[in-house]
Design a binder for this molecule. Structure first.
Ligand SMILES: [Zn+2]
Ligand SMILES: [Zn+2]
Length: 352
């Protein structure tokens, strides 16, 4: 866990972070790319201006987000609140540390609270959906819950404190309490994972983003009918700019055309051909997940394959180790392996 008892010094805060890249979407909305997920600063970067954070990045990203905020808004920058589109691990990674350090409230939909207050884990990810490595390894992703206790608040209807002129829209399907944020005056949409602008299951697409509208990350979507309705609801707003949880911001005619196509042909373009939640959704209420469709045979097969692969690798390792241990060196008591000492200067994670 990251300990942030004191703010980074000014010089430290001014250092660019390898894992945080800022894209100015509008004069008062900045997209922060945290490796392969986005979070947002909403507010003008002038002294004393109010701002909020939307979503909180990957695990261990708190220090990097803090530095990015101080570079953007100035030393000692502190948002008025943190809003969440949803609580998946790649959107709440820095949340607890940042909320405590800044001492600010967190807001999420009431159906998302079980996963943020220690009540329930999310429905298990589905590695059967295909599409790339990020789906294949999705069984390994944390699915919570985290526990923010009383710091997290349910969003109230028609009320977004500190986000003047914005409204939230319930866009379930990817998660039960997923929300999107929309500002009518410039038709700017922050869509979270309701839809994305990169192929979210593919690692290659994440590393080399190309524009285009895609469905929600399939491995973590547990109700496809609701996800389709949510995309239709967002498409009916005809956003001029869409800033999503994964991929680059999109705008204009290309966005309009792609989003309308996705809303119309969601079953063909976004819903996987097979998967645990394709025929039946996971069911959740205010206490969390209450029903899961049975895991398909494929998931069991994938799991068994993973276990068999791991067991094979361990057996191979010990087999090679035994072969390499010659009788002469064993007699002399010489070390069978040379110890390799780690040198300094390697890549350090963003936060200690
Ligand atoms: Zn998600
Ligand atoms: Zn995501």
């Amino acid at each position: 866990m990251i300990q942030m008892q004191t703010a980074p010094r000014a010089a430290e805060a001014a250092k660019p972070s390898r894992n945080m890249h800022l894209i100015q979407v509008t004069p008062d909305v900045a997209c922060i790319q945290n490796v392969m997920v986005n979070l947002y600063f909403v507010g003008h970067n002038r002294p004393g201006a109010d701002w909020v954070l939307i979503d909180a990045g990957l695990p261990y990203s708190a220090q990097g987000i803090l530095r990015a905020a101080e570079r953007h808004f100035g030393a000692g920058a502190r948002p008025r609140a943190i809003y969440l589109t949803h609580g998946h691990f790649d959107h709440v990674g820095g949340l607890r540390e940042l909320a405590e350090f800044w001492d600010v409230p967190v807001f999420a939909h009431e159906l998302e609270l079980p996963y943020l207050t220690g009540l329930s884990s999310y429905a298990p990810p589905d590695p059967n959906v295909g599409g790339g490595l990020l789906a294949w390894i999705s069984s390994l992703y944390p699915r919570g819950p985290i526990d923010l206790g009383r710091r997290v608040n349910a969003l109230q209807a028609d009320d977004l404190p500190y986000l003047d002129k914005w409204r939230w829209i319930h866009t379930p399907g990817h998660t039960p309490g997923h929300v999107s944020f929309f500002r009518e005056q410039d038709r700017l949409l922050i869509a979270g994972d309701a839809f994305t602008t990169t192929k979210p299951e593919s690692l290659r697409a994440q590393l080399r983003p190309q524009s285009g509208v895609y469905g929600p990350p399939a491995y973590f979507t547990s109700d496809w009918a609701s996800a389709w309705s949510s995309v239709q609801r967002l498409a009916s707003l005809h956003p001029a700019v869409a800033a999503t949880g994964h991929g680059l911001p999109m705008k204009g005619a290309e966005l309009e055309q792609d989003l309308q196509t996705l809303a119309r042909d969601f079953d063909r373009l976004a819903v996987p051909r097979r998967g645990r939640y394709v025929l039946q959704p996971a069911v959740a209420d205010k206490t969390g997940v209450v029903y899961l469709p049975p895991a398909p045979v494929n998931a069991l097969f994938v799991g068994a394959l993973g276990l068999a692969g791991t067991a094979g690798a361990v057996a191979l390792y010990y087999g090679l180790r035994r072969r390499n241990k010659s009788p002469r060196t064993a007699e002399r008591g010489a070390p069978a392996f040379t110890r390799i000492t780690a040198t300094s200067g390697g890549d350090q994670p963003d936060a200690a």
